[in-house]
Design a protein. Structure first.
Length: 149
């Protein structure tokens, strides 16, 4: 098992962050890492997600939504080919604080291929998470933050 975790302070309410994070159809407007995402943010639903890590190859997959806790947590689980080969559980956690909220974005990787490709993907994936976090922060803290996203 391998893990990547990032964290960023966003000076916006957890509700604002949640709205941006769960409006999947708007990802192409702002998200430099997850280039497209479609589907319903409902536990058990399948999503269609395409990611583009920096210096990496674009990859599309169909993860299953595991957890939806409004304004707090969103998780999905994706597989390459079939479970056990390369599995990734992607997790977004929003923790409110006096300045807005922390966004924690992490992924837990399991499967036979993980040790073989970890070095090539670790840096690119973490950089992708960080670029997404920064873009979400800019969108949430933007001048139009009082208006619908």
């Amino acid at each position: 098992m391998k893990r990547i975790e990032t964290k960023i302070q966003i000076n916006a309410t957890p509700e604002r962050i949640w709205t941006i994070l769960t409006e999947l159809d708007k990802y192409p407007q702002w998200n430099p890492f997850i280039k497209s995402a479609r589907g319903k943010v409902i536990e058990g639903e399948k999503l269609n997600v395409c990611i583009a890590p920096p210096d990496g190859k674009e990859m599309c997959f169909k993860p299953t939504v595991l957890t939806v806790k409004a304004n707090a947590e969103f998780r999905w689980l994706g597989h390459f080919l079939f479970p056990g080969i390369f599995d990734g559980e992607h997790i977004f956690i929003i923790k409110g604080n006096e300045n807005g909220a922390f966004l924690i974005q992490k992924e837990i990787f399991k499967g036979l291929l993980v040790p073989l490709i970890w070095k090539s993907m670790e840096k690119n994936t973490k950089t992708g998470f960080e670029s997404m976090n920064n873009a979400l922060k800019m969108r949430a803290e933007g001048e139009d933050r009082q208006q619908p996203v």
